[in-house]
Design a protein around this ligand. Structure first.
Ligand SMILES: Cc1ncc(C[n+]2csc(CCOP(=O)(O)OP(=O)(O)O)c2C)c(N)n1
Ligand code: SF4
Ligand SMILES: [Mg+2]
Length: 343
């Protein structure tokens, strides 16, 4: 029987991979899935478990990464994996982390650090399951990572728009027409910023893009090492939903970052750090024009110059007028106090 008075909720210490040659060769998400050619979300799954290692339980809500990854009698998952309901990644993460802790504390299973990762799509996470994720991020006594893979639509059910679909995009719910060119005119939710700003007990929030694979894996390793409730938002180009040649997936991820549309940052114990290409933008490098990113995708093929200018102005506002550029959208009345210095 374990000594319950001294039981601690330890985490695995996962040191960052110092360069691509130091990345471990073992795979825990292998062949056996049937995602589209060029699917970045599948790459995110592969990198996520490569980063976490074998002592990991993965829970996944309904969506492409459930359906295409678990065709009857086949699966690419080498680690234990469980499907959970579309809006339940938060509940699954918390329940599993609490269950493991309780069993270990009672001596019913060996006390060892086991990573608990729950993933969800943008539909399942940023729309339907946002309440359960929010609740989980308030429970500081349980170690779990929620990874939101954002392909910017309800992709599995044929590309319906979600709260993370970008302004003006053509989806099956927002097809451009001759009477109305833009059906979807709401701006994308600021999911990572919202999670970081609204959850003081959440120990780590990060944004990642698989185009920067080593950095992405190291953010997963950092979140799991820190423990407590943690959250990562990954932007994943999706050839089917975004309507582009699959060979452009990697480049589109880079363009999302270099245009400033998707900033890369982490907030650890309340301290913000920009990293990668985003750090260079914060330090003064010019952002690439958003048109370079948008016009490579068929979902924006109906955009006029006016639409491109609108998106550019909104992205410029994120960087030039937000209290914390690209992260926190408030503005103080006294503009001289804006944008505190960050590393
Ligand atoms: C409660 C509920 N409503 C609707 C569905 C149908 N459904 C299955 S997958 C899916 C899309 C989920 O979108 P997202 O979370 O963004 O994941 P993606 O498919 O894009 O990977 C929907 C609507 C469902 N499974 N459960
Ligand atoms: S629709 Fe998009 S997210 Fe789904 S499997 Fe295809 S590329 Fe991946
Ligand atoms: Mg989606």
């Amino acid at each position: 029987m374990a000594d319950t008075t001294t039981f601690t909720n330890a985490t695995q210490i996962l040191e960052p991979f110092r360069g691509v040659k130091k990345v471990t060769i073992e795979e825990y998400f292998t062949s056996g899935h049937r995602t589209c050619q060029g699917c970045e979300s599948a790459l995110v799954m592969k990198l996520m478990v490569k980063a976490s290692g074998p002592r990991t339980i993965v829970l996944g809500s309904t969506g492409c990464m459930y359906v295409a990854n678990t065709t009857y009698y086949t699966t690419p998952w080498v680690v234990p994996w469980m499907h959970t309901q579309l809006g339940s990644s938060g509940s699954a993460a918390l329940g599993t982390a609490a269950g493991l802790k309780s069993l270990m504390r009672k001596g019913k299973m060996k006390a060892e650090p086991i990573n608990v990762i729950a993933f969800c799509g943008d539909g399942g996470g940023a729309d339907m399951g946002i309440g359960a994720i929010s609740a989980t991020l308030t429970h500081k006594e349980y170690n779990s990572l929620i990874l939101l893979y954002d392909n910017e639509s309800y992709a599995n059910t044929d590309i319906q728009l979600s709260g993370l679909t970008p302004y003006g995009a053509n989806t099956t719910f927002s097809p451009p027409g001759s009477v109305k060119r833009l059906i979807h005119t709401r701006w994308k939710k600021n999911m990572a910023g919202m999670m970081a700003a609204g959850h003081p007990e959440c120990r780590y929030v990060g944004t990642v893009c698989a185009s920067y694979a080593v950095e992405m894996m190291n953010k997963v390793r950092r979140a799991l090492t820190i423990g407590g409730p943690t959250f990562i938002h990954s932007l994943d180009p999706c050839p089917k939903g975004w309507d582009y040649d699959p060979m452009l997936s990697h480049e589109l991820g880079e363009l999302a970052v270099e245009t400033g549309i998707f900033p890369l940052y982490e907030v650890e114990e309340g301290v913000l750090r920009y990293y990668g290409k985003t750090k260079a933008l914060v330090d003064g490098r010019a952002r690439r024009p958003v048109r370079e990113y948008l016009l490579k995708q068929g979902r924006f093929a109906h955009f006029t110059e006016e639409d491109l200018a609108y998106v550019q102005a909104k992205v410029d506002e994120m960087w030039d007028r937000w209290e914390v550029p690209g992260v926190v959208p408030f503005r103080r009345v006294d503009a001289s106090k804006a944008a505190p210095k960050v590393t």
